[in-house]
Design a protein around this ligand. Structure first.
Ligand SMILES: O=C1C[C@@H](C(=O)O)NC(=O)N1
Length: 319
């Protein structure tokens, strides 16, 4: 799992990324955190090389205004050729939030912002064919087809929630609102199909966003609700549940573990913990379990049942 630099303030240099990694490691040292920097005008080829030497794996780009805390995002990629060339040489990954900003002049809004971004992806790949690029949290058939058509250096993540949601689920339902927004039923079908196909360049990227109750449940005409869906506490059981629902359970390990590891060149080691799932009927705590004025975050699937659960490491799973 890689870590978002769309924090306040954004993570723009090696020191900040290492400091943030240390803070995360203090919370859970068992996790291997793959850190990313934020693509911005301050990022130089020298800093890219320094970051790569320090073990930072990627650079994240999100166009201006398209998602949470992206007010300072990039406007055009042309200015970053030297940065991309340095990344390509250092073996760093470019993580793209693949949407263009909404604009009346070009008839762009949240529904077509991802397809409108794809020409930028094609151009970047043509210019830097060896640069590993991940189109993050894709939501459309167009994006799936585009990534499939490109070379082995281009991969794509899919979230758990985008395998479940369509427009109808977030229109009027703040808890399902995220960026990119879930699209048409046929787009969701395309995401499910590419997972069922076991395509090695498509893998899970949770994009889990733990926005507090207040920022999701309350919105005003000037303050819309926060974009993001929180899946971390239920992620693997939920993905198993969803994959099973569309006949792709046998692709679970590839989708959640192997494909991403291969693309990021992180082979499994002896010391890596194994996740074990077993059949269950676990109800996710419903929205009534949370309340205004509390700092809680409400997970996706609240109030619904998941057909799988994680087995604690110490339990005997031989039976
Ligand atoms: O890309 C993102 C970022 C995330 C967040 O809040 O961090 N929320 C989203 O909806 N999309």
């Amino acid at each position: 799992m890689s870590w978002h630099p769309n924090l306040k303030p954004p993570i723009t240099n090696t020191e900040q990324a290492l400091l943030y990694r240390a803070q995360l490691q203090a919370i859970d040292p068992a996790v291997e955190y793959l850190m990313t920097l934020y693509l911005c005008p301050e990022l130089t080829p020298e800093e890219v090389r320094k970051a790569a030497r320090a073990g930072i794996v990627g650079v994240k780009s999100y166009p201006r205004g398209v998602t949470t805390n992206s007010e300072g995002g990039i406007e055009s990629y042309d200015a970053y050729d030297a940065v991309f060339a340095a990344m390509e040489e250092a073996g760093m990954v470019l993580n793209l939030h693949g949407e263009v900003p909404s604009a009346a002049a070009t008839n762009t809004c949240v529904l077509n912002a991802e397809p409108a971004f794809l020409p930028h992806l094609r151009k970047l790949h043509a210019k830097f064919p060896k640069l590993r690029i991940v189109l993050e949290h894709a939501t459309t058939r167009a994006a799936v087809e585009c990534v499939k058509s490109l070379g082995d250096t281009v991969a794509c993540t899919i979230t758990a929630h985008h395998l479940a949601l369509t427009v109808d689920d977030w229109a009027g339902q703040a808890w399902h609102f995220c960026k990119p927004v879930a699209k048409y039923p046929d787009d969701r079908t395309a995401l499910q199909e590419v997972v069922r196909e076991g395509h090695p360049r498509f893998f899970l990227g949770s994009d889990s966003a733990p926005h507090p109750f207040e920022t999701k449940a309350t919105s005003t005409p000037t303050q819309p609700c926060a974009a993001g869906v929180y899946t971390s506490p239920i992620l693997l059981p939920l993905v198993a549940h969803l994959l099973e629902s569309f006949g792709a359970l046998d692709k679970l390990e590839g989708f959640v573990s192997k494909h991403g590891r291969a693309f990021y060149r992180r082979p499994v080691s002896e010391s890596d913990k194994r996740a074990v799932l077993r059949r269950a009927s676990s109800k996710v705590v419903g929205i009534e379990g949370y309340g205004a004025g509390q700092t809680h975050v409400v997970p996706f699937w609240a109030g619904k049942t998941i057909g799988w659960e994680m087995v604690e490491e110490k339990e005997d799973v031989s039976g």
